[in-house]
Design a protein around this ligand. Structure first.
Ligand SMILES: [Zn+2]
Length: 496
């Protein structure tokens, strides 16, 4: 069982931190013991119960590849052993097949634990420096509630018009009529979520903190700098309550996280469930356990919106960080909020890895934008009504859509599409125009702390960095290409 677990982990090793496998390892050990106990009580035969439990594990806790790998190696070993016995003309022992299968699984386990260990132990992490303490003290400033709402993959109205032929100006006008300032040409600093959020929450570019891990591909080397990000650290020192609403463990601070499920699963557990027979338990447990499915995805989005509203009633000062995976794929809502189930197995892949056709991407994205527009306006209205002192609300895309973006090569990526983002800020107590018109996410909290907490952060120059081929710490400066609309066709990006 553990071999299968490590085998499946190895496929996701770049995305998922190793500590996420421990809970399932423990759980499987418990299940194993209980199953052996039960089957032994029934059969009174240790060998038979061993076999039964082996079969149950194979059916429920492995994926096909693992199954065929074990089967393949076992058969080869078995035939080999038979031949050796044939050549020596000695009798083939009856217990040999079982012994061989056990040794194959055990050898695989050793091999896997060695490989996973080598890839995860003692590798350097991104080393973000803690923020300098601000000179101002909490009592000297007003402390408005701050809402940092990330709408994953939400791009600017201009980009939507150019690449999706969709006119989103009505929504922008709705925001402006509520007092938001919307940057018309807003660009993210990075093209993928983990980099974008890690940078904006640490108020800095990532080249310094990741210079020792340039060649690495593991996303989770940033998890420490997400957990101890400077923004929450500063706000904590100003006695803010930190509240997190995120469906994605890697982007979380690991504290005060709100979940819609009684039993939350981490990313590894979701991958594991999705690729094994455990996925069939969804109808049985799906209401209380976060089973990876389009239903789950919808629940994270709708409950995320509800939780922001509910939390806005609580006393402040508070920092609410909400990361909603929408309008980013999968496209699971139509424009009226009705459920849509895409015709492929649940995943959250974007850009050239998106599982549908480019027409489905275009249509699905546009519908989901309309759905989220409507709902986020409700959320904003509710926050404003519930706030005793006017809050700060930041609505931001962490990057744009991915219809023209191949994340394997900056040449094949539409930089203008991928970096264009929605960036709207509500801050009625600050003087109009206080935030630079061309602000990028790296400077948002620098500006807020300067304006509201009398801090003295210099604003960093606006830069855009592309990463390709999975080497997410190998940054390529593409700032000069940011305004040029692309002449890449989606056919070059999408195979379907
Ligand atoms: Zn994203």
């Amino acid at each position: 069982m553990w071999s299968s677990l490590l085998y499946i982990y190895l496929r996701e090793i770049y995305l998922v931190p190793p500590q996420q496998i421990f809970r399932f390892m423990f759980l499987f050990a418990v299940i194993f013991t209980v199953l052996i106990g039960i089957t032994y009580a029934i059969t009174k035969n240790m060998e038979l119960s061993g076999l039964l439990v082996f079969l149950i594990s194979m059916a429920m806790l492995t994926n096909q590849r693992f199954f065929y790998t074990v089967l393949g190696i076992s058969l080869i070993s078995l035939v080999g052993a038979r031949l050796i016995f044939l050549v020596r003309k000695s009798k083939f022992p009856e217990s040999a097949p079982e012994l061989i299968i056990s040794s194959v699984v055990f050898t695989m386990f050793l091999f896997l634990i060695f490989t996973v260990g080598k890839m995860t132990i003692n590798i350097p992490r991104a080393n973000t420096q803690p923020a300098d303490a601000l000179i101002t003290s909490p009592s000297q400033v007003n402390r408005p509630d701050i809402y940092y709402i990330i709408l994953d993959g939400y791009e600017s109205a201009d980009a939507m018009k150019t690449y999706l032929e969709y006119d989103n100006t009505r929504f922008i006008a709705d925001l402006e009529s509520r007092g938001f300032e919307v940057s018309k040409d807003a660009f993210s600093n990075y093209p993928i979520t983990i980099l974008s959020l890690s940078s904006s929450l640490n108020m800095d570019y990532l080249d310094k903190s990741t210079k020792d891990i340039k060649e690495k591909k593991e996303w989770w080397l940033l998890s420490d700098s997400m957990k101890n990000n400077r923004v929450q650290e500063i706000l904590r020192s100003f006695d803010y309550k930190i509240i997190e609403i995120t469906a994605w463990e890697t982007s979380s601070f690991g504290e005060n996280q709100l979940h819609p499920y009684l039993i939350e699963t981490n990313e590894f557990e979701k991958f594991f469930i999705a690729s094994t027979g455990l996925t069939y338990l969804d109808p049985l447990l799906g209401e209380i356990v976060a089973f990876p499915s389009f239903d789950m995805h919808r629940k994270y989005v709708t409950s995320g919106l509800e939780m922001i509203k509910a939390k806005s009633k609580e006393e402040g000062p508070k920092f609410i960080y909400a990361h909603l995976i929408s309008p980013h794929p999968p496209f699971v809502f139509d424009k009226d909020g009705n459920p849509v189930n895409p015709p492929y197995r649940y995943n959250t892949l974007d850009a050239m890895e998106y599982s549908g056709t480019r027409q489905e991407y275009r249509d699905g994205y546009v519908q989901q934008v309309q759905f989220i527009n409507h709902n986020i306006l409700d959320v904003v209205d509710e926050i404003i009504i519930n706030s005793a002192t006017p809050p700060i609300i930041i609505l931001q895309g962490d990057h744009g859509a991915g219809l023209y973006t191949d994340l394997n090569s900056s040449e094949k990526a539409c930089i203008n599409e991928r970096f264009s983002i929605l960036l709207a800020v509500y801050s009625p107590t600050a003087p109009k125009g206080w935030m630079a018109k061309d602000i990028t996410p790296v400077n948002i909290f620098r500006s807020i702390f300067n304006e509201y907490f009398h801090a003295d952060y210099e604003l960093l120059p606006n830069r855009q960095y592309f990463v390709s081929g999975g080497q997410i710490y190998n940054f390529e400066d593409v700032t000069s290409r940011i305004f040029s609309t692309c002449n890449i066709s989606p056919q070059d990006v999408f195979t379907k």
